[in-house]
Design a protein. Structure first.
Length: 136
């Protein structure tokens, strides 16, 4: 076990994530087709789907954020708690708190489990961290 140099600028280790096979395929395709329009978030989503543990669609994924999941999360900095439903871009509706997976927070949420925290960059290049409180 090597010790990490505390002065390095490497990002904190990413939490392990789990994505169902059909969702991983669709999300990978979505990332590919969105590269030209939303390069930063598309690259983030592509990286997340590439590093995920892929499981069968019928696997028991209790407490794991999937497409269509209702997610309650806490913003580490402000302490704000939000509840959103994670959806594909064409289903997004902020008024109904339906957040697209092709947004920085949406791409960050996919595959996470209750209790995990992940950092992501906002469109204004700020780094934010969110912690998953509940998944339905």
């Amino acid at each position: 076990m090597r010790h990490r140099n505390h002065h390095s600028t490497t990002n904190p280790p990413l939490p392990p994530i789990v994505i169902a096979a059909s969702e991983a395929l669709r999300l990978g395709a979505l990332a590919d087709t969105s590269m030209a329009v939303f390069p930063r978030v598309a690259q983030f989503l592509a990286r997340e789907t590439e590093r995920a543990q892929i499981v069968a669609d019928d696997a028991e994924l209790r407490g794991v954020v999937r497409m269509g999941s209702r997610v309650r999360y806490c913003d580490d900095e402000t302490g704000d708690v939000r509840e959103v439903v994670l959806v594909y871009p064409h289903e997004a509706d902020i008024a109904q708190r339906r957040v697209s997976v092709l947004t920085p927070v949406g791409a960050a949420l996919i595959g996470l489990s209750v209790g995990q925290t992940i950092e992501f960059q906002t469109p204004s290049h700020h780094t934010r961290a969110v912690k998953i409180l509940a998944v339905d």
